[in-house]
Every structure is written in structure tokens, then in C-alpha cells.
Design a protein around this ligand. Structure first.
Ligand code: AP5
Ligand code: MG
Length: 212
């Protein structure tokens, strides 16, 4: 099974992906998380990507396509959940080509629909685990112990790109470069829209129904 999560920054992709991947034994491939790991390890890729990420721009397509391609083969699980990829039509086309070569395809693409006002509220209050990347929120999704991750106990941090200026740019970049990807999957015929503005549990239920 191959599922693609689509939606604006702050729509809840990472929050839902963590739970769904656990429940359905899927490999969660989150390109933002993979890039942040490269930045933390100060690899050449991480150093090159950091400036794009901090200001909320997309990392170039060739880097992202290379990063994801090798990870699509033979996951040690019941399938793959792509979170944050594809984010441009060029990435979607490259993914289609790689999957066609492997005789497979995207089973379901899920669009999390959330208003811009709510996205800004979510990103402004987000805290993230730098170790396992689980997202929390000051009001909507608090950790059990203040400022510590429930899963791994690490101290939570604020992402550099959650600062207001970067958030404004991320939303602009999303509108211009990523919304055409929705049309791409609409044409393919596997796109399902989920109301991402509901509670975390309600979204999880709709998601389970959408995946079937
Ligand atoms: P990435 O890490 O993918 O960031 P993003 O797409 O901007 O998405 P977020 O992680 O910000 O939001 P989310 O939808 O996961 O929401 P979350 O669950 O955390 O990418 C970062 C950067 O890497 C990019 O800007 C780019 O530079 C680069 N990059 C990554 N992939 C790339 C690619 N393919 N091509 C090029 N560049 C790429 O939730 C948000 C908040 O809301 C949290 O606080 C959470 O607790 C809360 N929340 C979640 N659900 C609910 C709910 N239902 N109700 C109330 N609160 C909720
Ligand atoms: Mg995320």
C-alpha cells in the first residue's frame, strides 16, 4: 500500500501520520523529518538544505527526488506513507515514473483541508521533538510532561521555520508550488479530501474510512 499525505504547513500531516503508521504497520517517510535529521548531522545535504528550510522555501526537486527514490524499494512493513512528498508537479511526475517502473502506483492521496487562519494558529503554538519529530501544541495537543516528548522524553523545541516570517513564506510557497499537485492526483483519480479542521481523533477516524 502506498499513501500520500497532502496539505498545507500545519495541516496535521505529521500528527496523523505518526498514529496511522503505527496502527497499520506502514513506513512513515516524512521528507521534512529526513531533512531535519541531515541538518542535525551536519551532512553536506543538510548544510545545503538548511537555508531553504529556515526561510520556508522548497529544497530543489532533484535533491528531494533522489532522497525519496531509494527509500521506496522493499520497505520492511505493509506499505509506505509519504508525508511532505510530492510537493511539486515535477516531484509527483518523478514519483509516478518510479512507481510505474516498479509495477505499482499510489493507492490513495489524502488532502487535509484546513483554513489559513487555523494553520497559522497551529504553527504559532507548535513544539516539536527534535529526536522523533512528534509534533505537539501549546493548547491543542500538550505533552504529558511540560516540554518533554511523550514518546522518547527529549526536550521539545520550536522549529526555526515556525517563526512568523517563515510561516508566511511557507504558505505562499504552498499555494503556488504545491496546490497544483492536488490537481495532478485529482486527474489520476485517487484523491480524497479530509476535513483537517476537526479534532485530532475525528480526523483520524475520517482518515481510516478514507483509506478503507
Ligand atoms: P515539513 O516538515 O514537511 O513541513 P510542512 O509541510 O510545512 O508541514 P508541517 O510539518 O509544518 O505541518 P504538518 O502538516 O505536519 O502539521 P503537524 O502535524 O506538525 O517540511 C519542512 C521544510 O522541508 C519545507 O519547508 C521545505 O523547505 C523542506 N521540504 C520538505 N519536503 C520537501 C519536498 N518534498 N520538496 C522540497 N522541500 C521539502 O501539526 C501542526 C500543529 O497543529 C502541531 O502543533 C499539532 O499538534 C497541531 N495539530 C495537528 N492536528 C491538529 C488538530 N486536528 N487540531 C488541533 N491541532 C492540531
Ligand atoms: Mg510535518
Amino acid at each position: 500500500m502506498l499513501i500520500v499525505f497532502l496539505g498545507a504547513p500545519g495541516a496535521g500531516k505529521g500528527t496523523q501520520a505518526k498514529t496511522l503508521a503505527q496502527k497499520q504497520n506502514l513506513t512513515h517517510l516524512a521528507t521534512g523529518d529526513l531533512l531535519r535529521a541531515e541538518v542535525a548531522a551536519a551532512t553536506a545535504l543538510g548544510l545545503a538544505a538548511k537555508a531553504f528550510m529556515d526561510r520556508g522555501d522548497l529544497v530543489p526537486d532533484d535533491v528531494m527526488i533522489g532522497m525519496i527514490k531509494g527509500r521506496l524499494e522493499g520497505p520492511d512493513s505493509d506499505g509506505i506513507l509519504l508525508d511532505g512528498f510530492p510537493r511539486t508537479v515535477a516531484q509527483a511526475t518523478a514519483l509516478d515514473e518510479a512507481l510505474t517502473t516498479a509495477n505499482t502506483s499510489v493507492d490513495r492521496s489524502i488532502f487535509f483541508k484546513v483554513s489559513e487562519e487555523e494553520l497559522v494558529r497551529r504553527l504559532a503554538g507548535r513544539a516539536t521533538c527534535p529526536n522523533c519529530q512528534r509534533p505537539y501544541h501549546d493548547t491543542f495537543n500538550k505533552p504529558q510532561n511540560t516540554d518533554k516528548c511523550d514518546d522518547c522524553g527529549s526536550d521539545l523545541i520550536r522549529r526555526e521555520d515556525d517563526k512568523p516570517e517563515a510561516v508566511r513564506n511557507r504558505l505562499k510557497v504552498y499555494a503556488t508550488q504545491t496546490t497544483p499537485v492536488l490537481e495532478h492526483y485529482q486527474k489520476v483519480g485517487n484523491l480524497v479530501e479530509v476535513d483537517g479542521e476537526q479534532s485530532i481523533d475525528a480526523v483520524q477516524e475520517d482518515l481510516a474510512a478514507a483509506i478503507g
